[in-house]
Design a binder for this molecule. Structure first.
Ligand SMILES: Nc1nc2c(c(=O)[nH]1)N[C@H]1C(S)=C(S)[C@@H](COP(=O)(O)O)O[C@H]1N2
Ligand SMILES: [Mo]
Length: 428
């Protein structure tokens, strides 16, 4: 293929991308466009392309979260369990405020404790000394640290898979970056004394199974002992300088940076050190696992061909302007702002395009404040005329892996989907 052919092919490719994902109903509504999107279809609606959408098939639009202390623009993905995502444009702060931080529960919310410092955590299993420690003791016996760290749901970006994958249909907003205060898990594990047989952690919590049945276990994931011993893996009780709110796992949770959010157990009560991989709910079959060799999209898949998803892939989001923004006629330049992160790696480059990926321009990329912080970026793009534009962004990680145009490597539960983020803007 010549360069021009390749360019044309990649452009054509990107035009097949599901418009629902990047324009969304909010963005289109802002333009006064009514679409015949009928629900879960992942293709461009023919009605959109042909402009013949029947009014009766108008989309019902996003549902919004109503929760004390939460921003009313968070998008409700489900209420049983309660799951809400942050629209990309609400990720415009360097540190994501609690009111804008996404919510992901698998079970029922536990009742808020009135005595957080008395909350107990047990460390047992392959350790020399079993530990039972209260949060009050954690605070007084260990040296606390505060770090700004990205927390991202393993399914973030899932909505871009075609055919649709099982689970919450996240856009790119199953993510936030907060200042977490707590102690390195490694410090506590060192006091417990790991036995040479220590291979894996198993995290347990106080939330009830969705059914309310106390005999059924809720999500319980774990990580390789090396990750547990990484000084950036924390037991935290503080979020953005405040006591960790109940909705985010307060009084105490884990923060396992760069890996699927499900490893960051909320309402933490116990960590059992195991001599083998953990097998709790969320560890087996297709849960938080990706194929070791590409599978046919939509296929059933064989669990034997799956591995546990660890480091999350690179992602960049445009946080300003918002999808669907309108600008005055004659606007020739747009200032863009965004955020990017790349699991255990850093982001080395951000590109933006205003012509559907035909040409790209490099953005100005900031350094993370500390390891696992996200990296903010800015760019200024020129527009030749008034009209409808799409702005695309893509991140390249420190090992050179770039975000693809489409969510590839389809898998039944839709992990690792990091298709580039796109917004639509209208000038004039
Ligand atoms: N105990 C418990 N911890 C949990 C969960 C849960 O349902 N129960 N959900 C996990 C998942 S899948 C994610 S993405 C993050 C979400 O954290 P947040 O709700 O504070 O944003 O918490 C993780 N920790
Ligand atoms: Mo998650």
């Amino acid at each position: 293929m010549t360069h021009t052919e390749r360019k044309a092919a990649s452009c054509e490719n990107s035009m097949q991308i599901d418009r629902r994902r990047f324009l969304g109903t909010t963005g289109l509504a802002a333009f006064g466009v009514t679409l015949g999107i009928s629900g879960s279809g992942a293709d461009i609606p023919a009605a959109y392309a042909q402009g013949t959408a029947p009014a009766a098939a108008a989309p019902k639009g996003p549902q919004y979260l109503k929760f004390p202390g939460k921003n009313e623009k968070l998008i409700l993905l489900g209420d049983k369990p309660l799951v809400a995502e942050t629209p990309e444009s609400l990720l415009d702060d360097d540190t994501t405020p609690i009111e804008k931080f996404f919510i992901r529960n698998n079970g029922q919310l536990p009742e808020e404790t009135k005595t957080p410092d008395a909350w107990k955590i047990t460390i047992d299993g392959e350790v020399n000394n079993k530990i039972e420690i209260t949060i009050g003791e954690l605070k007084s016996k260990y040296k606390a640290v505060t770090r700004r760290i990205v927390l991202e749901c393993g399914g973030n970006g899932r909505g871009a898979f075609s055919p649709p994958a099982r689970g919450n249909q996240w856009s790119n907003g199953g993510v936030g970056c907060a200042e977490w205060t707590g102690v390195p898990l490694a410090d506590v594990l060192k006091s417990a004394g790991l036995k040479p047989s220590a291979k894996y952690t198993a995290h347990y919590a106080a939330d009830l199974h969705l059914s309310g049945d106390a005999t059924k276990p809720t999500i319980s994931r774990g990580v390789r002992i090396e990750k547990a011993m990484d000084p950036n893996t924390l037991i935290v009780w503080g979020m953005n300088g405040q006591p960790l709110p109940n909705i985010h796992g307060g009084p105490v949770r884990l923060i396992v940076p760069g890996w699927p959010g499900s490893a960051s157990q909320k309402w933490l009560t116990r960590i059992t050190i195991r001599d083998k991989e953990h097998d709790g709910p969320g560890m087996t079959e297709f849960s938080y696992r990706v194929p070791i060799k590409p599978m046919i999209p939509g296929d059933k898949g064989d669990p034997a061909n799956f591995r546990i998803l660890e480091s999350m892939p690179a992602r960049s989001v445009i946080t300003s302007p918002a999808n669907g923004a309108k600008f005055a006629a004659g606007t020739k330049e747009l200032k863009l702002r965004g955020a990017s992160w790349a699991g255990d790696l850093t982001v080395k480059q951000i590109d933006v395009s205003t012509d559907f990926g035909a040409s790209w321009q490099r953005a100005k990329l900031e350094k993370p404040k500390n390891k696992y912080d996200w990296q903010r970026w800015t760019a200024s793009v020129k527009l030749a005329s008034d009209g409808y534009f799409e702005i695309w962004t893509r991140a390249t990680d420190s090992k050179g892996a770039m975000q693809p145009h489409q969510a590839g490597f389809w898998n039944p539960q839709g992990y690792g989907g990091n298709a580039m983020h796109r917004i639509a803007v209208l000038v004039g």
